[in-house]
Each structure stands twice: as structure tokens, then as C-alpha cells.
Ligand binder design. Structure first.
Ligand code: PMP
Length: 405
């Protein structure tokens, strides 16, 4: 479209401009991690070239400036998800660490034996295992919200599972396997009616749709920077202030304390209480740069572009013998498929030899693979920097791979 200049976008991602195994690289693995635009790479370079200092500590100009930028970056994240207060944004290493923080601070300090945590069957391991760990520690139980054959959640079963013992409901906003967009608005509302809190794993959502945590009324919402064009090792936890205020710290160290003495230690206010130790300052600044970059794009046009490319890919491969797309969803950025009788890894290897990078495997979602009755899938995930040529090279490569296997 006129608004959407794919060439201009692509030029901002240096990593896309390379060969892989003698072919132009076709990067269809953005759900695993996105490539980074110059705006982000330059922010990191600039930070370490001229701004680097520890934050919230010393008393010189460089540290004061780094601290200001670090807190401004938090404000960028706050605005990105429309939290009401930047104190509700906690820096983490990513979605995984944020979910562990909720489990080990909120859940560990509130759950009683017999309490129930409802977790969808379609979750990434990052939104399952931390709950199993805290269940073990507290005597609570993890119950699964089952999936229907079309790879959507069984909302009837969910309604039946909800009860007075339900304390936490944890679901993804968007599935990393099928791109299923869960009805989190309804899930959050139902959780609240049952007296439970709702934890939303937004790792696959934030790159593709504007999120408003206040409109959603989510209690916690987590995501990773590296899936929205920022570096690895940085992410964010949003939590309602009233919850965060009552939660105990989980990591101990510098910055999370007010006063340390061997007679007893008092803890910092939010957000410092949950940010022990020297943070990933460059990562925070780069995450803010990534968000600013994303918000400068025409996001509606970008999604239309992504959906059109996905449809092109699906149309181009659907005639392949024994190929099945699993739980095909409308208007999303990714899809998973299998070719019956052929191992997914063998296909991925042949695609890789033709320059096509995608993810083959269980996608850190063993329970969902079990529910689907497969050991793994191939996943095509598309970002705004992908082109029709990428898709056509993928289609040709897959036809060739399947004819060889
Ligand atoms: N949840 C979902 C839905 C994901 O796709 C991922 C990343 N694959 C994660 C959680 C974990 O994110 P990270 O590894 O960045 O902590």
C-alpha cells in the first residue's frame, strides 16, 4: 500500500541483507526473535560509546544522565501498554523472568494448600513451569484449561474449572504455536468474578497489536523486548500497583533496599523493590528505542501486509501432499504445519539449505504438542520486514524439500 514502504523498512534491518547457504536469507522466525533495526543497534552503540554509567548510585553527571534515560525508557514502556503509572513497570530479562517473578513473589506469598492455578494447555513452558514450581512450594494445584481441536481454548471447560479455589488464571494473549488470539478480555473478567487474578503472557502479542492493560484490566501482563525489535535480555512486567505494593521482593541485593542492617532490612519503594542489582541499562534504552521505532510505523498497514504474506504462504503450500496446517487462525502473523510421514526437522534442514530460516520443533509447548498428537511442527512466523519474495522463496523451497523427502 501507499503507506507501507517495505523497501524503506527492510533497509533498516541490516541482518536481513545477507546470504544463507548461498541463497538470500529468508527470515521467517520472528516469533522466536525479531531482527533489529538501526534505531536499536545505534542506541546500544551510542550508549556504550558515550553514556555508560551505573544508574541510581553515584553522584556524577554521567550516572545522573544514565539514570534519567533509564527512567525515561520505563516511561516509554508504560505508555506503550497504557499502564497508569511507570512504577507499575518492572524491568526483567524477559517474559520468562517476569512470570517467575509473579510466581515466586505474588503466588508464593499468597497461595494456600489446595488453591488452584488455571493454566491453558496451549502455553509456552515459561507460563507453565513457574506455576508448577510454586505449586510444589505451597501445596497449590495447577489445573489445565483444555484446548479444542481447532486450537482455541475450551471456554466451557474454563467456566467449569473456575471456582472458589481458583486464585490465579494464566494464559497467553497470543499462542506462539498457532497464533491463536485467546479471548483474554472474557478470561480476565471471568477470573475476577471468581475472585482470582489474571496473568497474561503477551510475548507474542505486543509486536502485532496495541495493548492497553487498563482497558483489559489485566492484573499482570508480561513481554520480552527481543520479540519487538529490541535486544535479548530485556523485558517488562506490568503489575497493578495495589498488587505490586503488597508483594514481597524476590531477589535481594543492591537497589531493592532502603536500609540494610543486621538487625533487619527495609525494602525500597516500587519499582526498585523488584530490581535488585545493576540493571540492563543499555537493554532498557534499546527497548525504548524499539518501541519508539515500532510506534512510528503504520501498524495497521503493517499487520495487513503480514496477514497478506501469511495467506500467500498458505495458498502456496496447501497443495503439498499430506501437509496439514494445525489450527489455522484468521489474521495472525504465524502458522504451524506438519507434513505427515516426514519429520519436521528434516524439512527444516532442507529449507535451511535453501536460505529459509524457520522454527521446527515443539516450540516450548510440550502439552500442546501432546494435545495435537504431534512431536513437533514447522512454524512460519512473519514480521513487517518480510516480502513477497521471501514467501515465494519459502514456497519453492518447501516444494523442493517435500519432493526430495
Ligand atoms: N511466552 C510465549 C508465548 C513465547 O512465545 C515466549 C518466547 N518463545 C516466551 C513466553 C518466553 O519468552 P522469553 O524466552 O523471551 O523469556
Amino acid at each position: 500500500t501507499a503507506h507501507f514502504d517495505i523497501n524503506a523498512i527492510r533497509q533498516q534491518f541490516p541482518a536481513l541483507d545477507q546470504q544463507s547457504n548461498g541463497q538470500p536469507l529468508v527470515y521467517l522466525d520472528s516469533a522466536a526473535t525479531t531482527q533489529k533495526p538501526h534505531a536499536v543497534i545505534d542506541t546500544i552503540r551510542h550508549y556504550y560509546s558515550s553514556q555508560n554509567a551505573n544508574v541510581h548510585r553515584g553522584s556524577h553527571s554521567l550516572t545522573a544522565s544514565a539514570t534519567t534515560q533509564f527512567e525515561q525508557a520505563r516511561e516509554v514502556v508504560r505508555a506503550f501498554i497504557n499502564a497508569s503509572d511507570s512504577k507499575e513497570v518492572i524491568w526483567t530479562r524477559g517474559a520468562t523472568e517476569a512470570l517467575n517473578l509473579i510466581a515466586q513473589s505474588y503466588a508464593r506469598s499468597t497461595l494456600q494448600p489446595g488453591d488452584e492455578i488455571l493454566v491453558s494447555e496451549m502455553e509456552h513452558h515459561a507460563n507453565i513451569v513457574p506455576w508448577q514450581m510454586v505449586a510444589e512450594q505451597t501445596g497449590a494445584k495447577v489445573l489445565k484449561i483444555p484446548m479444542l481441536p481447532d486450537c482455541t481454548l475450551d471456554m466451557t471447560a474454563f467456566a467449569e474449572l473456575l471456582g472458589p479455589r481458583t486464585k490465579i488464571v494464566a494464559v497467553a494473549h497470543v499462542s506462539n504455536v498457532t497464533g491463536t488470539r485467546h479471548p483474554i478480555e472474557a478470561i480476565i473478567e471471568a477470573a475476577h468474578r471468581a475472585g482470582a487474578i489474571a496473568v497474561i503472557d503477551g510475548a507474542q502479542a505486543v509486536a502485532h497489536e496495541p495493548v492497553d492493560v487498563q482497558a483489559l484490566d489485566a492484573d499482570f501482563y508480561v513481554f520480552s523486548g527481543h520479540k519487538i525489535f529490541a535486544p535479548t535480555g530485556i523485558g517488562a512486567l506490568y503489575g497493578k500497583r495495589a498488587l505490586l505494593e503488597t508483594m514481597p521482593p524476590w531477589h535481594g541485593g543492591g537497589k531493592m533496599v532502603e536500609k540494610v542492617s543486621f538487625d533487619g532490612t527495609t525494602y525500597s519503594q516500587l519499582p526498585g523493590k523488584f530490581e535488585a542489582g545493576t540493571p540492563n541499562v543499555a537493554g532498557s534504552l534499546a527497548m525504548a528505542a524499539a518501541i519508539r521505532w515500532l510506534e512510528e510505523q503504520d501498524r495497521t498497514a503493517a499487520e495487513q501486509h503480514i496477514h497478506a504474506l501469511r495467506q500467500r504462504a498458505i495458498d502456496g503450500i496447501s497443495a503439498i501432499d499430506d501437509l496439514r496446517i494445525l489450527g489455522l487462525q484468521p489474521d495472525t502473523s504465524l502458522f504451524s504445519f506438519v507434513v505427515d510421514g516426514v519429520h519436521h526437522q528434516d524439512i527444516a534442514t532442507l529449507l535451511d539449505q535453501q536460505g529459509v530460516a524457520l522454527r521446527a520443533g515443539h516450540h516450548c509447548a510440550h502439552p500442546m504438542m501432546d494435545a495435537l498428537g504431534v512431536s513437533g511442527t514447522l512454524r512460519v512466523s512473519i514480521a513487517l520486514y518480510n516480502t513477497e519474495q521471501d514467501i515465494d522463496q519459502f514456497i519453492a523451497a518447501l516444494h523442493k524439500a517435500c519432493s526430495l523427502l
